[in-house]
Design a protein around this ligand. Structure first.
Ligand code: TRP
Length: 470
């Protein structure tokens, strides 16, 4: 059964913007571009380095890599597989498969968790995307040139302390996302990604190459790749797991939505592994670039969410043609964040269209305005409410602002929960026949995946949860 011959063929396609029947991706490459566009974003370049810095480096990176392999890749395969099997939007795919297997529609819950997570993540994701937008102008006007670490730090704290500026850039970023989702024209952007992502990668290589000359390679490499388990905390393990979900765009049915457009003859395992390897490669390269600069300049690895905005500009300020490279870098970062932002908003809009019968423009506007308003809360918690820790009485959350809490709750709780449900649905609810059919792996590979998704993945997620509660 192919994705567009199942059930009601009148479902309005959205990924390609047409209101005709659901079209399929034209090729394996088209799917990989869209999925990579979703996966590679602020998570790789902004979040990975700073959570690595906060959690002590090597041991955290190792756990993160294990989570990608043992939890991330199997769940990505499961999401894509469920999406292709169902051939509809995530909520309806899950309902259809559940009905076909004689089960309750309660599995639609996975889709609902996804919609909630999408709202919450996009609200603060767009604020950080706004930082990148603002830094294009800062880099282009040469403000980083020859500056000291203190001066670069002051530029960043100046931005954070200015709610009006943050609101402006948050609005600009969210508007970019909304325009593409409302018009449903993603193909152009996706094609652009095939040039811009490699360009971003090359720029990161240039920064790494430049920063290597500062003689901090040994320390940066040791920090990233030499595990020191005494630095790893219980919550660090949870953050590593949560980040594996966040960076691969898992746990909120995005890959399920994309999978529903995947032609039948394409290998789900190969494509999922390709996307995961690219995503991890970008994160590790960004981490290397940033920690080279951190150690060369005696900066603090655990500086928190501002890390890349306080380190990369320093390198751009010192290297030849730095203003040009810096401007280019932040433009490319916006593109990476843009395609990810779209994949956060798209499922919400699709859900509003399908469930509430709203048209695309109205649903985009409605969902966008809610995210925008929620973003204001994140903005204020960077300045006026910076000392307000609403859950200060909960251990582990003592000093977390609203912004920190949104990030923590979505990445470390909601996404793993969504992923857990996906694993259980794929491993225990769907028939083995359906799985074998859809994945078409060799017998030993199928067994490996099946054991992982039934036992290892759910147990790993549950264990990390329980361990943190205890
Ligand atoms: N993966 C993206 C990043 O690393 C963020 C993202 C986009 C995401 N869509 C998602 C995270 C869906 C979780 C779920 O920047």
């Amino acid at each position: 059964m192919s994705a567009n011959s199942s059930g009601s063929a009148t479902y309005s396609g959205t990924l390609d913007g047409s209101n005709a029947k659901r079209g399929l991706w034209s090729s394996r490459l088209a799917f990989i571009l869209a999925a990579t566009g979703s996966a590679v974003g602020l998570g790789n370049i902004w979040k990975f380095p700073y959570v690595t810095g906060e959690n002590g480096g090597g041991a955290f990176v190792l756990i993160y890599l294990v989570c990608i392999a043992v939890v991330g890749i199997p769940i990505m395969m499961a999401e894509v597989m469920i999406g292709r099997r169902g051939g509809h939007s995530p909520v309806n795919s899950l309902r259809l498969i559940a009905a076909r297997e004689g089960l309750k529609p309660v599995w639609r819950m996975i889709g609902a968790v996804g919609v909630l997570a999408g709202f919450l993540i996009l609200s603060f994701y767009s604020v950080i995307g706004g930082w990148a937008v603002s830094y294009v102008g800062t880099a282009a006007s040469g403000q980083f040139a020859g500056q000291s670490a203190e001066a670069i730090g002051a530029i960043f704290s100046g931005l954070l302390s200015d709610p009006a500026a943050l609101l402006l850039w948050h609005s600009v970023f969210l508007a970019l996302v909304m325009v593409v989702v409302a018009r449903g024209v993603r193909s152009g952007l996706e094609r652009a990604v095939s040039i811009l992502m490699p360009a971003l990668f090359v720029l990161l290589l240039i920064v790494v190459g430049y920063a290597m000359t500062s003689g901090s390679f040994g320390r940066a490499a040791a920090f990233l790749f030499q595990p020191d388990f005494s630095k790893l905390t219980t919550s660090g393990i949870l953050v590593a797991l949560g980040h594996a979900f966040f960076t691969l765009s898992l746990g909120m049915a995005v890959m399920m939505a994309y999978g529903s457009y995947l032609p039948k003859n394409i290998s789900i395992a190969k494509t999922s592994i390709t996307v995961s390897v690219i995503d991890t490669g970008v994160a590790l390269l960004a981490g290397l670039a940033i920690f080279l600069i951190v150690f060369a300049n005696g900066l603090e690895p655990g500086a928190g969410p501002g890390l890349i905005f306080q380190t990369l500009p320093l390198a751009f300020g010192q290297m030849p043609m730095g203003s040009l490279f810096g401007t280019l870098f932040f433009v490319l970062l916006i593109f990476a964040a843009w395609t990810s932002g779209i994949s956060l908003l798209e499922p919400i809009v699709e859900w509003l269209e399908e469930q509430k019968g709203m048209n695309r423009t109205v649903s985009t506007l409605g969902a966008g305005v809610v995210c925008w308003a929620l973003g204001i809360v994140s903005i204020l918690s960077l300045n006026l409410w910076a000392d307000f820790a609403p859950l200060g009485f909960v251990p582990m959350l003592e000093d977390k602002t609203i912004f920190d809490l949104l990030d923590f709750f979505t990445a470390n709780i909601l996404l793993p929960l969504g992923g857990f449900l996906v694993a259980v649905f794929a491993g225990w609810v769907m028939s083995r026949q359906a799985l074998e059919n859809e994945l078409s792996l060799s017998a030993p590979m199928f067994r490996l995946w099946y054991v992982t998704i039934r036992f290892i993945t759910p147990v790993a997620v549950a264990a990390v949860f329980l361990y943190n509660l205890a």
